[in-house]
Design a protein around this ligand. Structure first.
Ligand code: ARG
Length: 403
């Protein structure tokens, strides 16, 4: 059970983790085929039962360390039991541009009558044309689509709860995701944060803005200091709007915009760098000397100024008010480094300063972390990793203690 009496709050990457939003992979993963996996952002076809086992083990590691785990599907079902949320959920599921007016109408009226459980399933796993309820009359759309085509797209990347929303202090930013396969995740998270009792009073950061921001790019370097990766997913416009919004809300005083290469291997800032202690990061060795940052700060007249670019590590340490941001020296040869970066070796989830969760397959990176005094709780991710995301990507911290 989740302790809903303590309000959400996250102001660092490493403060003792108390509550987290995870998504146990479900039927949406069973929609992946060799024909659609690229578009749906998976690199292979996961063995779903095993992925669920791996995910259950991940959740158990967290619970074993005193972390409350809120599962996204449960949260969505709870939210959808509110009639207003149910109506909004139906609206989010039905795409009239794809279905045409008639089929859209009949799907809407069908979904309006289903239970929160069934609607949640439709929102997460999608629906094929074959699964649509039988209807009277002729539908060209039905006739001309293959029974296995999607009438409602599945959302297999819900697994990566990091990206679809992010807590900054006591506010939550619901992301505006870049890839077409993930755009509808915004609606799911919106429903949860608007209607789940725990979040009903939570204020939004980045409220009405729409320039792309994904949580995998948002890093809370220290209270009031954010780094935002700008690359394949988060755009410069997204980083600037988020900065303006957190300055206006008074929840940050410095935001670093960090350019990252626009490739799949480095789709988010957290694919190359995550924090493992209050003053230390683990970082892909090839990024160490090349990462830079623009520094944004609010000005007295309500606007903001931008400085840089400067080397990331220097800009970060200065913004955080520390002498040096340490990089755990993994000292890996370039080939091993590249292999382990691809398998999310740098994508660790801190449970407390100096305690992180990592994939067990990243043997070399984990060994270097241990040598540097960082405890690594290793989890299996052979199937989970097929979507290219590690422990940090698969978790959205909701409550951390301050450090
Ligand atoms: N924070 C992260 N690195 N998330 C990884 C997300 C992976 C997901 N398949 C995508 O392509 O969007």
């Amino acid at each position: 059970m989740i302790d809903e009496t303590t309000p959400p709050r996250v102001d660092s990457e490493v403060g003792p983790l108390r509550a987290v939003l995870l998504h146990r992979p479900g039927n949406e993963l069973k929609r992946l085929t060799p024909r659609n996996n690229d578009q749906l952002l998976f690199d292979s076809i996961p063995w779903v039962d095993r992925a669920q086992e791996e995910h259950d083990a991940f959740a158990e590691v967290l619970r074993g360390r005193g972390v409350e785990v809120l599962l996204l599907a449960d949260a969505l079902r709870t939210a959808l039991s509110d009639t207003r949320a149910h109506a909004a959920g139906v609206h989010a599921a039905v795409d009239e541009r794809r279905l045409g007016v008639d089929l859209a109408d009949s799907l809407r009226s069908h979904l309006s009558s289903v239970s929160p459980e069934v609607l949640a399933e439709a929102l997460m796993a999608g629906m094929t044309f074959e699964e649509l309820p039988a209807a009277e009359g002729v539908s060209l759309v039905r006739l001309m689509n293959h029974p296995n085509d999607f009438a409602v797209d599945p959302l297999p990347n819900l697994l990566f709860t990091r990206d679809s929303s992010a807590w900054i202090g006591d506010r939550v930013a619901v992301s505006s995701l870049t890839m077409p396969a993930r755009v509808r995740e915004t609606a799911v998270l919106d429903l949860i944060y608007a209607y789940h009792p725990w979040f009903r009073h939570a204020s939004r950061a980045y409220g009405a803005h729409s320039a792309p921001i994904e949580g995998g790019d948002v890093m809370l370097l220290s209270p009031g200091v954010l780094a935002i990766g700008v690359g394949e997913r988060t755009t410069a416009a997204g980083a600037e709007s988020l900065a303006r919004s957190v300055f206006a809300d008074g929840i940050a005083h410095t935001v670093l915009a960090v350019p990252i290469e626009q490739t799949r291997a480095t789709m988010h800032l957290d694919t190359v760098c995550t924090m493992v202690a209050a003053d230390a990061v683990v970082m892909y060795p090839l990024s160490r000397d090349s990462l830079t940052a623009f520094t944004m700060r609010p000005t007295d007249d309500g606007s903001m100024k931008v400085e840089g670019p400067a080397p990331f590590l220097t800009a970060a340490a200065e913004a955080m008010g520390i002498d040096r941001l340490r990089v755990i020296d993994t000292g890996l040869d370039p080939v091993t480094a590249e292999r382990e970066q691809w398998d999310d070796g740098n994508n660790t989830l801190a449970l407390a300063p100096g305690v992180v969760v990592g994939y067990e397959r990243n043997v070399e990176t984990n060994a270097r972390l241990e040598e540097a005094g960082i405890e690594v709780l290793a989890i299996t991710g052979s199937e989970l990793g097929s979507g290219r995301g590690g422990p940090r990507c698969m978790s959205c911290p909701i409550r951390r203690e301050s450090i």
